[in-house]
Design a protein around this ligand. Structure first.
Ligand SMILES: O=C(O)CCC(=O)C(=O)O
Ligand SMILES: [Fe+2]
Length: 353
């Protein structure tokens, strides 16, 4: 493991090279123990050797930059509030984390699947599945983002099967949770700098500097592709650690479903993004691998020595974890996007009020 030196610029997060899985057996075993230790301690790590072409990643960032530079009306033509499936564009200030407005704009793209039929007895989370919204003004976005989604799904699945082996489980241990239709989400994100002026009608309760507030991701694993600007931080036992961009790497975060599946042997990473300084903005692209919406996540049969170290999932009254994948996914979406919740899930929002 290349331990990055711990200082103001360099976080203590380990960097793991997936290419070591194809190397000598002794190093492979060492790799697995380093992987397990990294997720156990931080819930997060840098990964390299993932095989995704850096030129392709650059081209996605160029497209992302191009989308955010479009006239407001082109961006609003795919506004998320039009989609019961939580797909499309969200203006800066309209998403919320821990009750405060996040100062970032973003486009959410899920798996391209048809909307599911809904009957009176359908669980509400069936509404999560359905088509994406694509901007007419930037037709190149669709093929590039869907290709990225395919490639990052493959990388995430490979990391998950390696995590299974690191837990001394069969490498296909997560397959019944993932199913052949796992929840996939690509998010193109732009964080404006401190000086950017909020739109006159934007919610005013951004606490100054909340790019996105502290949270856990709701799925199994997240990959974060960072462009050039820092801002991502992971909570550690020593406080918030900076996780600056490192060329050629992704940041991997453990999500809530991994916390549930390991009965808290792994805890999901709590992370946030701080607003960039005046005069600069920050681009990132996150990929979230969830699970089959209709699955209930079991506690995996870990070896006894690991079970002895499992703390159970965290009990946070502000963030209950649901083993129903559909419920856990919908929980996070409704909380983050109250405008979508009011328009398309009024039955639930009213019922819980
Ligand atoms: O932009 C980033 O670096 C992280 C984004 C994130 O944590 C999220 O969207 O869940
Ligand atoms: Fe996140």
């Amino acid at each position: 493991m290349t331990a990055l030196p711990s200082s103001a610029e360099r976080p203590p997060l380990p960097l793991l090279d997936l290419a070591r899985l194809d190397g000598a057996a002794a190093d492979r075993a060492l790799f697995l123990s380093e992987l397990r230790a990294a997720i156990r301690r931080f819930g997060a790590f840098y990964v390299t050797g993932h095989g995704v072409d850096p030129a392709f990643i650059d081209s996605v960032f160029d497209l992302s930059r191009g989308f955010f530079a479009l006239p407001e009306q082109d961006k609003l033509s795919i506004e998320m509030v039009n989609s019961p499936h939580f797909r499309g564009y969200t203006r800066a200030g309209w998403e919320r984390t821990r009750g405060l407005a996040d100062w970032r704009e973003q486009v959410d793209v899920g798996a391209e699947r048809p909307a599911l039929p809904q009957g009176p007895d359908s669980p509400p989370w069936v509404r999560l599945q359905g088509p994406n919204q694509w901007p007419k003004a930037l037709p190149e976005l669709r093929p590039a983002v869907l290709r990225l989604q395919d490639q990052l799904t493959a990388v995430s699945r490979r990391i998950l099967s390696t995590v299974a082996v690191a837990l001394r489980l069969p490498e296909d241990a997560f397959d019944p949770i993932l199913t052949d239709q796992p929840t996939q989400l690509v998010k193109l994100i732009r964080y404006p700098g401190h000086d950017a002026v909020p739109a006159a009608d934007a919610p005013a309760d951004n606490a100054g500097g909340q790019g996105v507030g502290p949270h856990k991701d709701s799925g199994l694993l997240t990959l974060v592709l960072q462009h050039r600007q820092s801002g991502l931080q992971v909570e550690t036992d020593g406080g918030w650690a900076d996780v600056p961009p490192v060329a050629g790497t992704f940041v991997v975060n453990a999500g809530e479903l991994l916390e549930l599946a390991t009965d808290g042997y792994f805890r999901a990473a709590v992370h946030r993004v701080v607003t960039p300084p005046a005069g600069v903005d920050r681009l990132s692209t996150a990929f979230f691998l969830g699970a089959g919406l209709d699955v209930r996540v079991p506690v995996l049969p870990l070896p006894d020595d690991l079970v002895a170290e499992a703390r159970g999932p965290e009990r946070d009254p502000l963030n209950p974890l649901y083993s129903s994948v559909g419920e856990n996914t919908l929980k996070s979406r409704l909380r983050s996007h109250p405008d979508v919740a009011r328009r398309h899930y009024a039955d639930l929002v009213d019922a819980s009020a």
